[in-house]
Structures are given as structure tokens and as C-alpha cells.
Ligand binder design. Structure first.
Ligand SMILES: *Cc1c(COP(=O)(O)O)cnc(C)c1O
Length: 375
């Protein structure tokens, strides 16, 4: 019997699948008869190497990562990658960044320290935006430079609730620069079209495991161009050649992420399995929540319908004086961490892979009850 737990809508670090947490608890003191916790094992020992190899193979299978891409398990987080990426790929030259929200804005500012950065498009400057992030500028309008080292895009803006529903096709726009994506907050929630990607990075703590693990998936031909000032432990080529063991990788994080990948592989929903199943459930959860918000006169989500995130749903109470009462009532019902990011205000429901449909149903039912009482 699994204990009943509240529904956790945190944006990150975020909820993990109940089954995975239970398995971690069971295996904590003695992993598979080894007499050790995974935290206590040598990263070069037979046991851990098997955990690592399984995690990598499962991720490659789940996301259909082609052979000519390397999967790196690193440290440094999403913000660390904002520096590690230009240190490895910019060659000190031009980097074009598309700003669609708070995270890509931060990425542009950090890359400026290492490269010649141009903001190729800025969602905050779209007509009517008034500095807010509510839509994605059409790729055909992006001011991309010929010969840029790479183009940076954040494919799911966690704070603003904006998601690319398809990756931009830079080749079709007449550019051959590789596309680098920050997919921290929707990794493993939907398939990735690798033919459009040069590099993808993600902090683990939104959708795949504990904080401290950072995933980098990089096309092989992009390795080996790090700037001389790049720390060796962050040089993608060195990390790739050492199978992510140049220094001690975040072993416990890799182990938990590996269990999440196995959970995803066996996940079944709507007659589908694996990534297709989790994507379908994510579509259904998001549709349910946005329909409830759109159908109400108390709540609103302001993001353009074409790029609303399936993972992060910011919303506002039209009467902001009700915010505290809303959050207190939610907590009483076991609906946790719904407060919006401080830069945006209002509320935010993060409904990552681990959030069951029942969690969104419970939230929607609370939204309706609260509106009946206060609307
Ligand atoms: C959370 C997040 C980050 C920052 O990750 P850290 O691990 O805190 O450095 C970067 N990008 C996106 C899209 C995020 O959601």
C-alpha cells in the first residue's frame, strides 16, 4: 500500500513519480545485495557502471537520440550551462539568442561574457507585449546572422509558461548554424526532432530527477572546440571521451534519473506506452487545466494559445486580493506549491510528467469550488 501524498505543483525541484521514490527508499541501504547505498559506491565500480550504462541506454531509447549524438551526465545546472555552452560552442564568435522569457533572457546575458551575442528576436518587444512574455516571435522574423556559431532557444520557458510546439527549422530558414536548446523543464515530456538540434541541455530537477544532475545531448561534430579558458571538467569533449567520468559524476542523481527513465519506458496511458503515453497524458492534463481557466471569469492565463506550455501553467486571479485565500485553501486540500514565480506574480501550476491526471482533476475541482465561493 502506498501512502496518500498531496499533489505537488512545484516548478522545480519538482515532484517525482511515487513508484520511483518508493523504490529509492527500498534500495537505500542495500542496492541489489551490494551492501551499499548507491551514494556510497565508487563511480568506477561494476555496480555503478551498470546503473550508468542502463540509464544512458534507456534515455537514448526513450528520446530516440541518434548514434551521432553523445549523452553527457554533468553538473552545473541550467545556469551553469548558460556559461558552459558558449565556452564550448561559441569559438569566441557570434551567438544568436531568441528571447522568449526569463530563462532565455538570462542565457543571453551570461553568453555575452564569452561571445558576441545578438538578440535575434525578443518576445517582450512584440506589438502589445509591453515587456511581458506572452508569445513566440515567428522564426521567419528572427534576425539570424550568417556564420553564427549557434542559435540558442529555450524550448519551454518555465516561469512564463511558453513552449515551442515544434522546434524551429533553421535549415529551412537558410541557416546552417546548430540550434542549441535549453529543454530543462520539458525534457522527456514529448519527442525531440534531433534533425533540427545540435545540442540540448537540461537540469534534472524539473522532470527527471534530483537537482545536481545536468543532462547534455550533443552532436559529435560539435565537440572539441572549447575555448582555452573552459574548465576541463566542463569541456564537452573531455567529458564525452571519459564517458561522463572525467571527474565524479552526480552518481545518486544518475541513479534516480535512471529509475525515472525505466518508469517512463513502462508507462502506459490511452493505449500507448513510453514517451508517446506520457506525452498523451501531458496533452490531456494541460487541456483540462487550460479549459478550466478559460471557462472561468475569476482566473486567466494570458499566453497565446499556440504556445501555451504543457508543463508550466501560470494563471492569475482577476481579484488579486484573493491570492492568499486561494493558496491557503489549496494547501488545505493537499494542493501544494501553487504560488507563481516572484517575477510574474499570481499562481503557477507545474504539471510535469510525474503529476497524475487525478492531480489536475483535483486542482480543477478546487478552482471551480473557490470560484463559486468567491466569484
Ligand atoms: C530551472 C531552469 C534553469 C535553471 O536551472 P538551475 O539548475 O537552477 O541552474 C534553466 N533553464 C530552465 C528552462 C529552467 O527551467
Amino acid at each position: 500500500m502506498q501512502a496518500v501524498r498531496p499533489f505537488n505543483f512545484s516548478a522545480g525541484p519538482a515532484a517525482l513519480p511515487h513508484e520511483v521514490l518508493s523504490q529509492v527508499a527500498e534500495e537505500m541501504l542495500d542496492w541489489h545485495g551490494s551492501g551499499m547505498s548507491v551514494m556510497e559506491m565508487s563511480h568506477r565500480g561494476r555496480e555503478f557502471i551498470s546503473i550508468y550504462e542502463t540509464a544512458e541506454a534507456d534515455l537514448r531509447e526513450l528520446l530516440q537520440v541518434p548514434e551521432h549524438f553523445r549523452i553527457l551526465f554533468m553538473q552545473g545546472g541550467g545556469l551553469g550551462e548558460n556559461a558552459i555552452l558558449p565556452l564550448n560552442l561559441s569559438r569566441g564568435g557570434a551567438v544568436d539568442v531568441v528571447v522568449t522569457g526569463s530563462w532565455s533572457k538570462k542565457s543571453a546575458a551570461e553568453a555575452k561574457r564569452y561571445a558576441d551575442v545578438r538578440i535575434a528576436a525578443n518576445a517582450a518587444e512584440l506589438p502589445g507585449a509591453n515587456g511581458r512574455y506572452l508569445d513566440i516571435p515567428a522564426p521567419s522574423t528572427w534576425q539570424l546572422r550568417r556564420g553564427a556559431s549557434y542559435v540558442h532557444v529555450c524550448t519551454n520557458e518555465t516561469i512564463d509558461g511558453i513552449e515551442f510546439q515544434a522546434l524551429p527549422d533553421l535549415k529551412a530558414l537558410g541557416h546552417d548554424a546548430p540550434l542549441a536548446i535549453d529543454f530543462s523543464s520539458h525534457v522527456a515530456s514529448r519527442p525531440v526532432d534531433w534533425s533540427r538540434v545540435g545540442l540540448a541541455f537540461a537540469g534534472a530537477q524539473k522532470n527527471i530527477g534530483p537537482a545536481g544532475l545536468t543532462l547534455v545531448i550533443v552532436r559529435e561534430d560539435l565537440l572539441g572546440h572549447a575555448l582555452p579558458i573552459c574548465p576541463s571538467a566542463f569541456d564537452y569533449k573531455i567529458v564525452a571521451e571519459a564517458q561522463s567520468m572525467y571527474n565524479t559524476p552526480p552518481t545518486f542523481g544518475i541513479y534516480v534519473a535512471g529509475l525515472v527513465f525505466q518508469w517512463l519506458k513502462r508507462f502506459a496511458y490511452g493505449g500507448k506506452t513510453g514517451l508517446a503515453a506520457i506525452e498523451q497524458r501531458n496533452i490531456d492534463k494541460a487541456a483540462l487545466l487550460y479549459a478550466a481557466l478559460d471557462g472561468s471569469s475569476l482566473y486567466e492565463n494570458r499566453v497565446a494559445a499556440s504556445c501555451r506550455s504543457r508543463m508550466n501553467v501560470p494563471f492569475f486571479l482577476r481579484d488579486e486580493r484573493l491570492n492568499d485565500a486561494f493558496l491557503a485553501g489549496a494547501k488545505e486540500r493537499g494542493l501544494l506549491q501553487l504560488k507563481g514565480h516572484k517575477s510574474v506574480g499570481g499562481m503557477r501550476a507545474s504539471i510535469y510528467n510525474a503529476m497524475p491526471l487525478e492531480g489536475v482533476q483535483a486542482l480543477v475541482s478546487y478552482l471551480k469550488d473557490f470560484e463559486t465561493r468567491h466569484g
